[in-house]
Write a protein that binds this ligand. Structure first.
Ligand code: ATP
Length: 217
């Protein structure tokens, strides 16, 4: 279990904080709006009304004990940046910040935060990929156009061996894992016969993975 602080409880901040709680973490939510804090107070480990541009208020929250601090103040760029400067002065190492504009991103970059998040752009990219490759449920980019993808096995693929599925992309796409109900089968053999309902985890380059698409639907 880790401890996270989320500053700014708009749609993004609240969704993030609730998801972190759901994953079993301790989460403190901080917002200057009393109503926002009261509405979420029962769902988070702690919820505090505080102005994140006030360095003393941030010091009182002992944020250095948290594994990461996320600044999710969007519209008010000035408040977001002042908050980040205070967090840096306090000595917080792991700071993730939501950016809303290119200027915001540029200044955050020069301040040296751990990660700059662009939720709309990142979601847009994910949605476009899901539309383009509807059979791919989850994916992780490894860089250099290489991906790990999760593919559900539907009726069409049932009774097909893994080797048969990958025959045309041999050496380019690799079967990493098959999940069948509660059981995991790591590094499955080419003779492994797929069943409807299996979850297949593959790794490979984008074009070879895309070439598999017609076999999956
Ligand atoms: P979203 O798109 O996630 O809903 P947004 O980009 O519209 O958010 P805002 O609504 O500007 O972002 O800010 C998110 C939250 O941050 C709001 O609940 C707001 O009250 C809070 N907030 C703004 N300024 C401060 C501040 N100085 N200190 C603490 N919280 C703040």
């Amino acid at each position: 279990m880790s401890q996270y602080a989320v500053i700014g409880l708009g749609r993004f901040g609240i969704t993030l904080a609730l998801q972190l709680v759901k994953m079993g973490n301790d989460v403190i939510g901080i917002d200057s709006d009393r109503k926002v804090v009261e509405n979420i107070a029962n769902s988070l480990t702690h919820a505090v009304i505080a102005d994140a541009t006030d360095e003393n208020a941030l010091i009182e929250l002992s944020l250095s004990y948290y594994d990461a601090v996320v600044v999710a103040i969007g519209e008010n760029m000035q408040a977001s940046l002042i908050c980040v400067v205070h967090l840096k002065n306090i000595g917080i190492k792991n700071i993730w910040v939501k950016a809303t504009t290119d200027e915001h991103h540029l200044i955050l970059k020069s301040l040296g935060v751990t990660r700059i998040i662009h939720p709309e752009e990142e979601m847009g990219i994910r949605t476009a990929r899901s539309l383009f490759y509807p059979m791919i449920r989850e994916y992780m980019s490894l860089g250099h156009r290489q991906y790990v993808v999760e593919i559900p096995v539907f009726e069409k693929l049932a009774e097909t061996s893994l080797g048969n599925l990958l025959i045309e992309v041999e050496g380019k796409v690799f079967g990493l894992l098959i999940k069948r109900q509660e059981k995991l089968y790591p590094c499955p053999h080419p003779e492994f016969v797929l069943e409807q309902g299996d979850m297949l985890i593959l790794a490979g380059d984008r074009l070879s993975l895309a070439a598999l698409e017609p076999r999956l639907v």
